[in-house]
Design a protein around this ligand. Structure first.
Ligand SMILES: [Fe+2]
Ligand SMILES: [Fe+2]
Length: 162
């Protein structure tokens, strides 16, 4: 079974985008670790692992369908931010970008009548709603505590158990 070239290309692009997200969350983790914010660092590392899993879901999908995996270069990412909230705002932007890519893939999968890809993407569509909501919630909480060191440490402790 060989795969439609266009579909194979967009899946390979998405593998790259998910690994870029993996890298971005790792950059956030490095920033938090440097600030000794262990809870935030733990959260960012968990996120980065999840992004790696997302890349692997697309990897497996290609393998299962007789496609070829392509591993493209990653861009450098930030490992330093102006504030904790600035780091989370960057993460939200990254997630919104991924959501847009997933939706564009879905449009392609529909127009090409690629039912297996639609099935896989249904999971990702729901996942993106959850991820954006989670990051937005943390931003809202950070904005509520503002520059209060005590508030930030409280949120840091909360995220440690995630
Ligand atoms: Fe992802
Ligand atoms: Fe994500």
């Amino acid at each position: 079974m060989t795969m439609n070239n266009e579909i194979q290309n967009i899946i390979n692009n998405q593998i790259n985008a998910e690994l870029q997200s993996f890298y971005a969350y790792l950059g956030m983790a490095a920033y938090f670790d440097e600030q000794s914010l262990e809870g935030f660092a733990h959260w960012a590392k968990k996120q980065s692992e999840e992004e790696h899993e997302h890349a692997m879901k697309f990897y497996r999908h290609l393998q299962e369908r007789g496609g070829s995996v392509e591993l493209k270069a990653l861009e450098p990412v930030d490992t330093s931010f102006n504030s904790v909230v600035a780091a989370f705002k960057a993460a939200l932007k990254q997630e919104q970008h991924i959501t847009k890519l997933i939706h564009e893939m879905y449009d392609k999968a529909i127009s090409r009548k690629d039912y297996p890809l639609q099935q896989l993407l249904n999971w990702f569509i729901e996942e993106q709603v959850e991820e954006e909501d989670m990051v937005q919630t943390i931003i809202d909480q950070l904005e509520r505590v503002g520059d209060s060191g005590e508030g930030i440490l409280m949120l840091d402790r909360e995220l440690k158990s995630r």
